[in-house]
Design a protein around this ligand. Structure first.
Ligand code: PEP
Length: 249
């Protein structure tokens, strides 16, 4: 039996400005007096203070898009988990495919990031997912299992403190969504892997991400092992994001 709330997290990626964020956040706050699910927005680091102030008192939680694997010190350009915590950050993405692809983040680095977040009291949303080539060569299961295995035993932390997002790389920003059946099949694999490692597997939220939008969200979110969504493009439009949130119950 699952009693956990679903989580809908928006990922703004490298988009926004003070003025654009202000309009978007006003629209979200006004449209979200209450929500049946948990809601977060993962914003570019320079806007954390703005977003923290704008969502104060609302149901929207602040999330970061990345966190340093280091604690503090000579790491120019990095943002530590403690710094994120200073701005009320509740969640951070770790190992988004764009970080893995463009910044060479390995499974080990992603695990260190998740560990740093947890140590600071921030819930990591660990992203896993296969490329098109990996899917077409039948490696989907092996790839996501390898990526999940890296974070399944984080020192001193129960895996139930982590959120996992399955994001097939071929579906991110492409308008090409995994079908509900394709997504559920991978989520079931991840759930089984979690169940083999922890008695708390059922408590762990498994999000789907990859061109989720107002039209396809309800069907995806109705799948038994899909506990929410990680939403890129559609989280930049208040009306669309609100519709997705409304589909998560
Ligand atoms: C994402 O950035 O994690 C994502 C899923 O993007 P999109 O919804 O635009 O595919």
């Amino acid at each position: 039996m699952k009693s956990k709330k679903k989580l809908i997290a928006g990922n703004w990626k490298m988009n926004g400005s003070l003025a654009v964020n202000d309009a978007l956040l006003k629209g979200l706050v006004a449209g979200l007096a209450e929500a049946a699910c948990d809601v977060a927005v993962a914003v570019p680091a320079p806007y954390l203070a703005q977003v923290q102030a704008a969502v104060f008192g609302s149901v929207i939680a602040v999330a970061a898009q990345d966190v340093s694997q280091h604690d503090a010190g000579a790491y120019t350009g990095e943002v530590s988990a403690a710094m994120l915590k200073d701005f009320g950050v509740r969640y951070t993405l770790a190992g988004h495919s764009e970080r893995r692809q463009y910044h060479g983040e390995t499974d080990a680095v992603v695990a260190e990031k998740a560990q740093r977040a947890l140590a600071a009291g921030i819930t990591p949303i660990v992203c896993v997912g296969e490329t098109l080539q990996e899917r077409e060569s039948g490696q989907t299961e092996a790839v996501v299992k390898r990526q999940l295995a890296a974070v399944i035993h984080l020192n001193g932390h129960c895996i139930s403190e982590v959120v996992v997002a399955y994001e097939p790389v071929w579906a991110i920003g492409t308008g090409r969504t995994a079908s509900p059946e394709q997504a559920q099949a991978v989520h079931a694999v991840l759930r089984a892997q979690l169940a083999a490692a922890s008695e708390h597997a059922d408590r762990i939220r498994l999000l789907y991400g990859g061109s989720m939008n107002a039209a396809n969200a309800a069907q995806l979110l109705a799948q038994p092992d899909i506990d929410g969504g990680l939403v890129g493009g559609a989280s930049l439009k208040a009306a669309d994001f609100l519709q997705i949130i409304g589909a998560a119950r």
